[in-house]
Design a protein. Structure first.
Length: 208
């Protein structure tokens, strides 16, 4: 029905989270019928994602590409942060939501996903070995980690991942806590409001 370039746009954009074929088609025609400046800016932004973004070597959060060879993000490289505390999140957007709450001043660690409820195999892409190594090697400005907050979504997948991490972390003699009341079961951290997250952080409980 549509010309090939539009069809390819729809096919690719409908793979994005929360966007179906109809929404992708609307986007295609909105961009096509809009100002050239809009198309140029979108193209520049997409190219920036490919060429101007690096991943922090410590916490795996995204960071702007450095021409001076820095490999740490602004959280890990900030001496004003509490380097004795790590907040573990599933993804970058969860980290951003927690940071916006204004109630956390420690460091972060982005896992890069969760366990699957349908697959018993441990996902190889999750940054769990890196978390263990980070705690053991004191790769936090030389500070010993005293607390690890498992800020994972209150879902079956989040619980599976948290329980596995608890077993991995227990021998390391660190305090392990999870978000407290305020975050209902089934809720994704990314979509929690600042007040709810702030309360969940304040009410976090140590695991047994």
């Amino acid at each position: 029905m549509y010309p090939k370039p539009i069809k390819e746009f729809i096919d690719n954009f409908s793979k994005l989270p929360g966007i179906g074929p109809r929404q992708a088609a609307r986007l295609a025609f909105w961009i096509l019928n809009g100002e050239k400046k809009v198309r140029d800016n979108l193209k520049k932004a997409l190219e920036g994602l490919e060429h101007d973004i690096d991943i922090c070597s410590v916490c795996f959060f995204t960071m702007e590409h450095s021409r001076h060879g820095e490999d740490k993000c602004h959280f890990c490289d900030n001496p004003a942060r509490d380097h004795k505390m790590i907040c573990v999140t599933e993804k970058e957007t969860d980290l951003a939501t927690i940071e916006k709450s204004g109630n956390y001043k420690g460091l972060y660690h982005v896992l890069g996903g969760l366990f699957s409820a349908l697959d018993t195999a441990i996902p190889k892409n999750l940054k769990m070995p890196e978390l263990i190594n980070r705690i053991e090697s004191k790769k936090n400005g030389g500070k010993k980690i005293e607390e690890v907050i498992l800020a994972l979504s209150s879902t079956h997948e989040g619980d599976l991942t948290a329980h596995y991490l608890e077993r991995l972390l227990k021998p390391l003699k660190v305090k392990i806590t999870r978000l407290g009341r305020g975050l209902p079961y089934g809720a994704d951290v990314e979509f929690a409001d600042a007040k709810t997250l702030s309360g969940a952080l304040d009410g976090r409980k140590e695991t047994k």
